[in-house]
Design a protein around this ligand. Structure first.
Ligand code: SF4
Length: 93
């Protein structure tokens, strides 16, 4: 069985991927598009991601992208959330 990555490391990677893809996780949660179970599943998937060792460096090189890379097993959830919730404007307005 694969060893899962550290929880907070992966929460941060998901938050960074959300920023890069313009996915508003808080807005999605508030709109009911992201349940706690959905969030837990994304974090669990991220912790088991075989590409996690490359993700941080990739995010360093990609400030904004239309979608998560094909190597991201959370690509579809990011796509779905982005399409269901408009990204927040800068400064939380
Ligand atoms: S590529 Fe992997 S490590 Fe990076 S956000 Fe997606 S699931 Fe997490």
């Amino acid at each position: 069985m694969a060893v899962l990555g550290r929880l907070m490391d992966h929460v941060r990677l998901i938050e960074r991927m959300a920023m890069a893809t313009g996915t508003d996780l808080v807005g999605a949660y508030e709109a009911g598009a992201l349940s706690q179970a959905d969030w837990a599943a994304m974090v669990r998937t991220c912790r088991g991601c075989a590409w996690a060792g490359n993700c941080g460096a990739w995010l360093d090189r990609h400030e904004t992208v239309p979608c998560a890379p094909a190597s991201c097993p959370n690509r579809q959830p990011f796509r779905d959330l982005r399409s269901r919730t408009p990204a927040r404007a800068e400064g939380g307005k």
